[in-house]
Design a protein around this ligand. Structure first.
Ligand code: NAP
Ligand code: G4F
Length: 321
């Protein structure tokens, strides 16, 4: 039987936790890279801690990547680690580039050195499309990033393509549109809204302060999207894929669905706050997942409404406990 060993950077994040669950269910030995912190950040993976193996490492430290790969001897590497919050990328643009851009080169160089047969997945992003040059966005749509994060992801994308073409690595890039879940970080807008709705419902808060309600996003469920990551690494040839639902919603629609589900009127609670307006906005994202559908056989299973309701219910349950 073929050896199936995965090494996941960013295993403590939203996607890392869902991907680890998926790979365990497929019989993989799963290693996760974690960076040292003064307190543990294993909340999202606490339920599978006895089934995975954690190795310390940091995208800033090339030697730590090399020694982690030597230890794990993976057949597949999923590079999910990044500074992933767009507003922070204006506050910390250099650090964002070090993690989210140059960190990809460090990982690719480490693979080249340790074992060039390792299959590599890079977590690219629809933020690369930024001020979109085409609607909907496909693998052929040119990039026009609008944040230091988007610029860093575009670098990570192209260096992955370049290592595939220069060194014949099995290196692929998944251009994933926004995907959410009850495990989403509290600062991202979907979770901020569902957590805010739950707090208001339970009398813990009265209002929810938000920025641009007109921005449009193609939002899917993270559990569906990690399946696409895995599928990309099982193909005969490496290639890049857009992963999206093909539908877009405004932030306002998100807010309406979440408040409706809790039986409340959003207009009584939502306040606009200029502090959450960005220096440059991505107004509209809508992906064309046709290639993923045709070549990977991938399609999203959870609808936007189902996902937002699931997130509201989960936050109400968490805050009621
Ligand atoms: P997330 O929840 O923010 O998780 C990010 C992970 O990266 C965390 O495990 C974090 O570890 C780790 N990390 C950050 N800096 C690191 C460093 N220097 N060295 C090692 N690990 C580091 O992100 P996510 O939503 O799961 O997204 C996963 C990846 O997909 C990211 O690359 C993101 O940019 C990309 N992406 C996400 C979406 C989306 O909608 N979710 C869409 C497109 C692309 P700590 O726990 O130590 O902080
Ligand atoms: O939830 P967001 O912070 O996600 P954003 O910026 O689209 O980035 C996410 O998706 C990318 C894929 O396209 C990933 F690569 C990236 O790592 C991250 O996961 O904001 C979504 C929209 C924005 O237009 C923002 O201006 O919501 C708008 N928004 C309005 N009020 C808000 C708020 N966003 C946040 N975070 N907080 C608000 O109060």
């Amino acid at each position: 039987m073929d050896r199936k060993v995965a090494f996941i950077t960013g295993i403590t994040g939203q996607d890392g936790s869902y991907l680890a669950e998926l790979l365990l269910s497929k019989g993989y030995k799963v290693f996760g890279m974690v960076r040292r912190a003064s307190v543990d950040k294993y909340e999202r993976i606490s339920h599978i801690m006895d089934k995975i193996e954690l190795i310390q490492g940091d995208l800033l430290d090339q030697y730590s990547l090399i020694s982690a790969l030597k230890k794990a001897q993976p057949t597949e590497v999923y590079n999910l680690a990044a500074q992933s919050f767009v507003p922070t990328s204006w506050a910390q643009p250099v650090l964002t580039s070090e993690f989210t851009a140059i960190g990809v080169t460090r990982m690719l160089e480490s693979i080249r050195l340790v074992d060039p047969k390792i299959r590599f997945y890079q977590a690219s992003s629809s933020e690369m499309y930024g001020k979109v040059l085409e609607v909907p966005q496909s693998e052929a749509t040119p990039f026009y990033p609008r944040s230091p994060y988007g610029v860093a992801k575009a670098y990570g994308h192209y260096i992955t393509v370049n290592y595939r073409e220069s060194y014949n690595l099995f290196a692929v890039s998944g251009i994933l549109f926004n995907h959410e879940s009850p495990r989403r970080g509290l600062e991202f807008v979907t979770r901020k809204v569902t957590d805010g709705v739950a707090r208001i419902k339970l009398g813990l808060s009265k209002e929810l302060r938000l920025g641009n309600l007109d921005a449009q996003r193609d939002w899917g469920f993270a559990g569906d999207y990690v399946e696409a990551m895995w599928l990309m690494l099982q193909q005969d040839t490496p290639d890049d894929y857009v992963i999206a639902t093909g539908e877009t919603r405004t932030v306002k629609e998100l807010v309406q669905i979440a408040f409706d589900h809790a039986g409340m009127d959003w207009e009584k609670h939502v306040k606009l706050d200029p502090a959450f307006i960005r220096p440059a906005e991505v107004d509209l994202l809508i992906g064309d997942p046709a290639k993923a559908k045709n070549k990977l056989g991938w399609a999203p299973k959870v609808s936007f409404e189902q996902m937002i309701r699931m997130m509201v219910d989960s936050d109400v349950a968490r805050l009621s406990a």
